[in-house]
Design a protein around this ligand. Structure first.
Ligand code: AMP
Ligand code: MN
Ligand code: MN
Length: 345
């Protein structure tokens, strides 16, 4: 475990990369490998996992599964991804794989019912980019400077000698463009564009990919967004006067518009554009009855501190946690943490 007080971990060391390469290379021909990404998988979780899985397949790994905790439904925007045939429901996943590899999960709590596979596997490897990562694997490739877990995945594929093909590239591009907000966020470094160039050079079509994952949603979701945005609240005095904007969506809202929960993932993007608020928040009721809370900041607040204080995690300007109680209680708990998470700007 890394001591959070010790500050953000650095990029993986040469020894850590070498250990990860060795863990894959020493697999016997009949090894069973299980890939796991975080609950409610987003583009980075699915894209880095499936892209790396396709690379392992090219290396000759034959007994290979990919999974994630919870219902085995892949959100509609990702249902065209190459490598979906690797996916199995969590209950069908190897109970004692020779190697388990985790993608984009900052802590074991993000692995839900699959957390036991870490103990039953021969070895565990963690690929991630959250500064809050708890280093819960035997081998940890955690790069808090990486814009997406797919950056780490590409680095390991390269060291394993796996060339990029269009299928691997499509997965890694979805991951990279998701976590950089289509190359708009601060994490969009020259290295990110260089990686995007390598991916695009395989012939993948960025226009088609972006339209599918960012610019397409059912009409029912458009109407549902209208309702949720219509009841958004602006609190200019919150966060030391930097402002908070928040809204919520319930299971009843989803049912009325006949929509699955994943459509709410994009709602935060329509709320965080509010000029008068640094911090934005969407509180989404989950099928389990609690609330998946999304937090964003434009730079004045470290929302990962808020999220960690409330049992979650994430990045400085994009974080989340699981809320309990009423919507008002959840928002009260956030308000109470905001002042303590103000950054000196
Ligand atoms: P989201 O708002 O769901 O897009 O998540 C934003 C960031 O917060 C992502 O990096 C997530 O990995 C992280 N995150 C969201 N929910 C949780 C949670 N319950 N526990 C830990 N990290 C979370
Ligand atoms: Mn993620
Ligand atoms: Mn990520």
């Amino acid at each position: 475990m890394t001591d959070p007080a010790a500050g953000a971990p650095e990029a993986p060391t040469g020894a850590e990369w070498a250990a990860a390469v060795a863990a894959v290379r020493r697999l016997p021909a009949d090894a069973r490998v299980l890939l796991i990404c975080h609950v409610n998988p987003d583009g980075d979780a699915l894209g880095s996992m499936l892209g790396f899985g396709l690379g392992l397949r090219r290396l000759g790994v034959r007994q290979l599964q990919a999974t994630f905790p919870g219902p085995p439904e892949v959100p509609e925007p990702f249902r065209w991804l190459p490598g979906l045939d690797l996916l199995v429901p969590q209950d069908a996943a190897y109970p004692d794989p020779d190697l388990v590899i985790c993608f984009d999960a900052a802590s074991e709590s993000r692995l839900g019912d699959l957390v036991g596979r870490l103990g039953s596997a021969g070895a565990s490897l963690v690929l991630d980019h959250h500064a809050s990562n708890t280093r819960f694997g035997d081998i940890n490739l955690v790069d808090p400077h990486a814009a997406a877990t797919s950056v780490v995945a590409e680095g390991l594929l390269d060291r394993l000698g796996v060339p990029l093909d269009a299928d691997i590239a499509a997965c890694l591009y979805v991951a990279l463009s998701t976590d950089t907000g289509s190359f708009r966020f601060e994490a969009t470094t020259p290295a990110v564009h260089e990686m995007a160039a390598r991916l695009l050079a395989t012939g993948i079509r960025p226009g088609d990919i972006s339209r599918r994952i960012f610019d397409t949603r059912p009409f029912g979701a458009v109407r549902l967004f209208g309702e949720a945005i219509g009841r958004a609240r602006l609190e200019p005095g919150a966060a030391g006067g930097r402002g908070l904007v928040w809204t919520y969506a319930t299971l009843d809202d989803l049912a009325r518009h006949d929509q699955p929960p994943y459509v709410l993932e994009a709602l935060i993007d329509s709320v965080r554009c509010t000029a008068e608020a640094d911090v934005s928040c969407v509180v989404k009721q989950t099928p389990a009855g609690d609330w998946a809370v999304s937090l964003r900041s434009k730079g004045a607040v470290d929302v990962s501190r808020v999220a960690v204080a409330l049992g979650g995690g994430g990045h400085r300007f994009a974080a989340g946690f699981t809320g309990r109680g009423s919507v008002d209680e959840v928002v009260d708990s956030i308000r109470a943490e905001l002042d303590g998470a103000l950054l000196a700007v």
